[in-house]
Design a protein around this ligand. Sequence first.
Ligand SMILES: *Cc1c(COP(=O)(O)O)cnc(C)c1O
Length: 399
Amino acid sequence: MTTPPDVLDAADPLAPFRDRFVIDDDLVAYLDGNSLGRLPRATLDRLASFVREEWGGRLIRGWEESWVDLPVTVGDELGAALLGAAAGQTVVADSTSVCIYKLLHAAAGLRPDRDEIVIDATNFPTDRYLAESVAAARGMTVRWLDPDLVENVTTDVLAQALGERTAVVLLSHVDYRSGTLLDLPALTDAVHAAGAVVIWDLCHSAGVVPIALDAVGVDFAVGCTYKYVNAGPGAPAFVYVAERHLADARQPIAGWWSAADLFAMGEVYAESATISRMLSGTPPVAGVLAVQEGVRLVAEAGVAAIRTKSEALTAYAIDLLDAASLEIVTPRDPALRGGHVTVRHPDARGITDRLVERGVVPDFREPDLIRLGLSPLTTSYAELAAATRILAEVAAPIG
Ligand SMILES: *Cc1c(COP(=O)(O)O)cnc(C)c1O
């Protein structure tokens, strides 16, 4: 017998955080916080006052009064609370895709005598496409890993591709389909032992899985803020460059915001010596403020407490899905999975449509996967139990 959900909700120390979000939809369950997190109430207030008072009232003066430093100061806050990164290595900018492009170039530039970019064929499309495009632009070759979806990239799988030609390895910390959590420290060590540098894509782990970039010695990292950081659709991404690489990391979209002196309007470009060199143009201030509010909520709850609830939520989901005899393609060992649980079913598309009709929003992934995204600051056990009950009904063979 599984524990009744209301008992689990009553004992959940993070349960009060649900009230810190705007929840006025008519849904039975929102299980897509791993694609777009809910709206924090603080963000609603912050953006309203930014638009009315700061933009409306201060106009161009706002830049010097507070906006100009935001990409770096919010980057520092995010780095400290979510990434285990000391100040001066993280900046908020652009989209994840653009940041991956910048980092692939910067990383490849550190290994000019090597010509391979290693990435797995199970990785998120934008990561794969960008690896191919940067490889083509630099006369490099993409070396594909082809791991099992559930086991994903292990040190054994990676070892087969590493060699003297490996310049850069690009990996996702949590697989966007299976939810598999990769062994970031061991894989980072393996990349370094081969003389290459690693870029970690933290899109599905930032804000839900503890991360210690400095302690592990990661070279580069990137991630989005609209998933578990709840910063809203199209909120800017973050980029991390380890301090030891800052002087040599060159990204290709060198603009006035990556220059040493933004307001010097110099005739020739001189690169900033700081993490600002990863910026390019004017930052989206409203989006950066939404990142700050999202980061502050995660920091207040603490990533360790969030991870504890995440493991419990995913375990509960697995129990309920097992009871409904549904096939799960997410690792059963909590240490090997991130924040979502994925069901495989030949009628995944139809089931997703029927779930949505019944007020349950999951996340369909071609061709046969349904992801249940469990966002510890907002997902309740009651919501999850209701969703899996309806899932079992709509997945049952008819007749
Ligand atoms: C969500 C996600 C992205 C998103 O990239 P955008 O540029 O924000 O569209 C990239 N990589 C991974 C692994 C993701 O999960």
